[in-house]
Design a binder for this molecule. Structure first.
Ligand code: SAH
Length: 396
């Protein structure tokens, strides 16, 4: 087996079970390894530490499969890891019965570069690193065995593959598309899921619990849902008895899907919903100029900062929309505000929102800190896994 020899001192993060080995930590590679091959990770003093996937093109030069330097990384290893991830969800009461569920959440499930989401009897897998790409057969086989699903679609077209030197791969790996659109029921609301063309693997499963919170808060409230995508928060607000729901997104196709989702749910009062195709930054200013105010404002923007390098510009964008959000709130109104940027930590995000309240001249308090649903767990040794953070804030 080829050996990845670390620079002196660079073994420390591995003792803490952090799975990434950056280019600057690598002293040399002894032996030959192709992208995705398994290498032995060895400290500068010769001590064996782990087995990892070699990724020569990426700044994350290797991702650890196992911290047991003796453990064999083979098909059976991936079957075990996949089965364990699926079993973990089955053990959590709120998750077990979900139609739409993340089954594998990358590093936090001990499977760096592997995402798997289940929508009913369809599983969508996304492989984002050289190592996971290499083991696709074992991973997919493990998913089929652990779930008994009817079909598996590969959605390995995430931008991050480029950093690993991998081309996009998409298509049915097992079974094929059924004639009817794929849909799931979330908190009693039916939603179509476009696994082929939708964002991520088709749906923002990470916001499941926060959409339920929206439903609980919405009764009687005039609601503004910014960056609504296919209407997840909008429909839950309607289900919770919102007085009205104005939803904004810049994507026409997303809004068409949202309206289609509303039509799937005749129990909801469609007359209370309005969809608007617009840029949120512009539209919120226009709403303010028109004197519009809302009791509940939801801000769930796309990732403004994919990495820490973009944090400063992203911070300004977050601040901007949050100032506008506060200005559009009625007295006593609720702001539900999110960042899914890995490059913006929880503390920084809270600072940004606090700064926005000051600029909007509003006193406000945090009622709840919000995060991704528990099928998107954060391994204790992998803080990077905590990408989604949110605040529920009440303004005076
Ligand atoms: N809240 C959604 C997910 C939001 S994804 C859910 O629960 O499903 C982010 C959305 O923001 C996308 O639909 C994208 O089209 C939209 N978007 C990105 N930039 C925008 C902008 N400047 N103005 C309006 N919408 C924007």
């Amino acid at each position: 087996m080829p050996q990845l020899i670390l620079q002196p001192g660079k073994e420390r993060s591995l003792f803490r079970r952090h799975p990434w080995i950056f280019a600057g930590s690598v002293a040399r590679l002894d032996g030959r390894a192709r992208p995705g091959d398994t290498v032995d990770v060895v400290a500068a003093n010769g001590r064996p530490l782990a087995r990892a996937a070699w990724s020569p093109q990426s700044q994350i030069r290797a991702r650890v499969w196992t911290f047991d330097p003796e453990e064999t990384v083979d098909d059976a290893f991936f079957k075990r890891r996949v089965a364990a991830a699926v079993a973990r969800r089955e053990a959590i009461p709120g998750l077990a019965g979900q139609d739409g569920l993340r089954l594998i959440h990358g590093e936090s499930d001990g499977l760096p570069g592997v995402i798997a989401d289940r929508y009913g009897d369809t599983v969508v897998v996304q492989l984002t690193a050289a190592g996971s790409d290499k083991w696709r057969k074992a991973i997919v086989g493990g998913l089929h065995k652990a779930t008994g699903c009817a079909r598996i679609y590969e959605r390995s077209d995430s931008e991050v593959r480029k950093l690993e030197g991998l081309a996009p791969v998409t298509g049915w790996l097992f079974g094929e598309a059924s004639g009817t659109p794929l849909s799931i029921v979330e908190h009693g609301v039916r939603m179509n899921v476009d696994v082929v063309g939708g964002h991520k693997t088709g749906f923002y499963l990470d916001q499941r619990d926060n959409r339920l919170l929206t439903r609980e808060l919405a009764a009687g409230r005039s609601t503004l849902n910014c960056f609504c995508y296919t209407g997840g928060f909008s429909l839950q607000a309607l289900a919770g008895g919102a007085a009205s729901v104005l939803s904004i997104d810049s994507s026409g196709p997303a809004l068409a899907s949202a309206a289609g989702n509303l039509a799937l749910n005749p129990q909801l009062d469609a007359a209370r919903a309005e969809w608007r195709e617009a840029d949120v930054f512009t539209e919120l200013r226009a709403l303010r100029a028109d004197g519009r105010r809302f009791d509940l404002v939801i801000l769930d923007p796309p990732k403004f900062a994919p990495s820490a390098a973009h944090a400063e510009r992203a911070a300004r964008a977050y601040k901007d929309i949050n100032v506008l959000g506060f200005r559009l709130l009625n007295p006593g109104g609720l702001l539900m505000t999110y960042s899914c940027s890995g490059g913006i930590g929880l503390e920084l995000f809270q600072d940004i929102v606090a700064g926005a309240a000051v600029d909007a001249a509003r006193d406000a308090r945090i009622l709840r800190r919000l995060a991704a649903a528990p099928d998107h767990p954060v391994a204790l040794h992998f803080g990077e896994g905590e990408y989604l953070k949110g605040l529920l804030v009440q303004a005076d």
